[in-house]
Design a protein around this ligand. Structure first.
Ligand SMILES: Cc1cc2nc3c(=O)[nH]c(=O)nc-3n(C[C@H](O)[C@H](O)[C@H](O)COP(=O)(O)O)c2cc1C
Length: 167
């Protein structure tokens, strides 16, 4: 069972879990559902609405799906699912079905086409309102180390259209 929460309610736990173990970024487009692990993201308030921003490199299979769908979900486990996060963060949906491989179950999204991943603790459903490719000329030298292959992230800003927690 899920309980609706305000997007600020569990923000600190969400960001800590993202940074320490990761979360599932899930997208549905072109008849495919794919999930990948993310470790970076922010939650805030921009353009008069709650926003979650995720960063996806163009080399990810998720990238094209997200461009096509314009919607995504983020499912955050506060403990467990370590092996599943590892698989979804190292294998690509381009060549295999990660949900089938891991046995991760999905639950229909409430406000977006993408589902969420079952058995997580915190959930954010988002509709993309702005996206921009990172401009390397504007990036501080101290951050350049993340891009040895010039695979610069695109930043996807999603309006949070639903936020809930596992009961
Ligand atoms: C802990 C962890 C965090 C990650 N964070 C990100 C991220 O924020 N953005 C990104 O583009 N890739 C990130 N990755 C890498 C992708 O999850 C990985 O390349 C994945 O296989 C892409 O799947 P896809 O090709 O099915 O989209 C992360 C991987 C791990 C293990």
């Amino acid at each position: 069972m899920f309980r609706k929460i305000d997007y600020t309610e569990r923000m600190s736990e969400a960001i800590t879990a993202l940074a320490q173990s990761g979360a599932f970024l899930t997208v549905a487009a072109n008849g495919k559902v794919n999930t990948m692990t993310i470790g970076w993201g922010t939650i805030g308030y921009i353009w008069g609405r709650p926003i979650m921003m995720v960063l996806v490199r163009p080399s990810r299979y998720t990238f094209g799906l997200l461009k096509a769908a314009g919607e995504f979900t983020v499912s955050i486990p506060l403990s467990g699912l370590a092996e599943e996060l590892k698989v979804c963060g190292s294998k690509s949906g381009r060549t295999l079905d990660k949900l089938a491989l891991t046995g991760l179950a999905t639950v229909k999204g409430q406000t977006v086409s993408a589902p969420v991943i079952a058995d997580c603790d915190l959930y954010y459903e988002c509709k993309v309102v702005y996206q921009t490719q990172l401009d390397p000329t504007m990036l501080a030298d101290t951050c350049q180390k993340w891009y040895p292959q010039d695979d610069y992230h695109t930043l996807f800003f999603g309006e949070i259209t639903a936020c809930y927690a596992k009961e």
